[in-house]
Design a protein around this ligand. Structure first.
Ligand code: ATP
Ligand code: MG
Length: 464
């Protein structure tokens, strides 16, 4: 006897008894003369499977199916019909019937079909459970209750379900584009496949093609002697995330476009045509339409990438989310640094809500991290946040106590890596803020080249 329960709904006593007898030994069976009685019984317990006669007096089988599905969308119903009435069967399948069978029912077929159905359901449940687990482990939640964020998440849900559709995510720096790309991958049917990211801004121009498509052995000097798989191949059965896609050179754009058109490509130095079709999600914080009119981005590539375009609003455009996100980070960093902040003071709330966020959620995250790391107590104050006139004091010269100080090394030790990362993040955030979000100017403030700046900023601000 298995643990599965089955409802049989049939007005003919003989049919009901026959089926019931056949299934009794393996399953827990309850039978009903009418759809109404079966629907009432659902209140007590939803069975694993319902066998529903189509031709019932009173509420018809199809009406009952509809009623059951609207209350319990996951319910599994197999329709049983006396003759193959194609229209009714099609209607039932459209309404979400799992399968149908035609009377007279041969007991062997019946048992076989039911076993199949139950196995499919079990697998579906297992995959669903697995999916939920993968989501939980991989996806930091995208916090936000503002209407614009709700709209964005609605689109994310829809496009995730259709893995052939390329998606372009646009928005200012730090608005959560990468987080959204992750959400699209992990919510899609490809969630078990890899999510392969390529940061187009961090790869030297001459290496983009070999990174994307791989190379054959001996393709160029300095290349791995055995040849190498490209990112498109690694992303097969998964998602290829092309970050900072606006930074691709014109020649890389041409190659990418050719690949996107038919999924075909050659490795560098190779003659064999290969083919693969990962899901493609791209993101940029640069204005592609402007780049197109300046001749720096291909319009045809833009249309290929942006079949669905998701525009992530800046934090200044969704101020109602600021406190929610701040509290989320407060808890996160409490845990990370063993602190016990449990509220944000009113003046601190006001400061957060009225601050001009040039670095968006990333800036908010960094500010909360620093405030929690450096601060003590239970209430977060404007002094902890230090939003205005934050002196970019060099940590080496900071005093050992007071605002902005480095925690002193004690016998308990310090988390050196977290500390250094936090210092690095602070400078990058400050530089970006001083430069009004302009990366070239921010790079200059830190004495770095723009490429180095972007690369290190990505590393220190994103890889967490
Ligand atoms: N709504 C949100 N809820 C929680 N965390 C968020 C949210 N939005 C962004 N973050 C966090 O903020 C940081 C920056 O987000 P992300 O890297 O996705 O931004 P981005 O738009 O890709 O920025 P850039 O253009 O600079 O690459 C990440 O640590 C991310 O997890
Ligand atoms: Mg990003």
């Amino acid at each position: 006897m298995t643990d599965y329960s089955i409802f049989i709904v049939d007005d003919e006593e003989v049919a009901r008894e026959g089926v019931s007898l056949a299934l009794n030994r393996e399953y827990r069976v309850r039978s009903f003369e009418s759809a109404e009685a079966a629907i009432d019984a659902l209140e007590e317990r939803v069975p694993d499977l319902v066998l529903m006669d189509i031709g019932l007096p009173g509420m018809s089988g199809v009406e009952a199916l509809q009623a059951m599905k609207s209350r319990y969308p996951d319910i599994v119903v197999i329709m049983i019909t006396a003759f193959e009435d194609v229209d009714t069967v099609i209607k039932a399948m459209r309404l979400g019937a799992f399968d149908y069978m035609v009377k007279p029912l041969k007991m062997e077929t019946l048992l076989g079909n039911i076993k199949n159905a139950l196995e499919t359901i079990a697998m579906r449940k297992e995959i669903q459970g697995l999916h939920e687990k993968v989501l939980k482990e991989n996806l930091p939640c995208f916090i936000g209750e503002s209407n614009v964020v709700q709209d964005v998440m609605e689109v994310v849900k829809k496009v995730a379900a259709s893995p052939d559709t390329p998606v372009l995510i646009v928005g200012e720096t730090g608005t959560g584009k990468e987080l959204i790309a992750k959400a699209i991958h992990y919510r899609s049917p490809l969630f078990k496949g890899p999510l392969v990211s390529m940061n187009c801004a961090a790869i030297p121009k001459e290496l983009v093609e070999s990174e994307l498509f791989g190379y054959e052995k001996g393709a160029f000097s300095g290349a791995d002697a055995r040849g190498k798989q490209g990112l498109v191949e690694q992303a097969a059965d998964g998602t290829l995330f092309m970050d900072e896609v606006g930074d691709l050179s014109m020649s890389a754009q041409a190659k990418l476009l050719r690949f996107l058109e038919d999924g075909e490509y050659y490795r560098v130095g190779g003659t064999r045509k290969r083919s693969v079709r990962p899901r493609v999600v791209s993101a940029t914080n640069r204005g592609l339409p402007g780049m197109i009119s300046d001749g720096n981005f291909r319009e045809d590539l833009y249309f290929r990438l942006a079949v669905v375009k998701i525009e992530v609003p800046s934090l200044n455009e969704r101020r109602e989310d600021i406190l929610l996100i701040a509290k989320h980070f407060l808890l996160e960093f409490n845990k990370k640094f063993g602190k016990s902040f449990n509220r944000i003071s009113l003046p601190a709330e006001t400061a957060l809500k009225s601050h001009e966020w040039t670095g968006n959620v990333r800036e908010l995250k960094n500010i909360m991290e620093r405030a929690v790391l450096m601060g003590e107590g239970v209430e977060l104050t404007p002094e902890h946040l230090n939003l205005r006139g934050r002196p970019p004091a060099a940590p080496a010269t900071a005093t050992a106590s007071g605002e902005g100080a480095m925690p002193r090394l004690t016998a308990d030790g310090v988390d050196f890596s977290a500390l250094m990362a936090s210092i690095e993040r602070r400078y990058f955030t400050d530089a970006l803020e001083m430069a009004g979000g302009n990366e070239s100017r921010a790079a200059k403030l830190l004495g770095l080249s723009r490429d180095k700046f972007r690369y290190r900023r990505k590393k220190c601000l994103d890889d967490r």
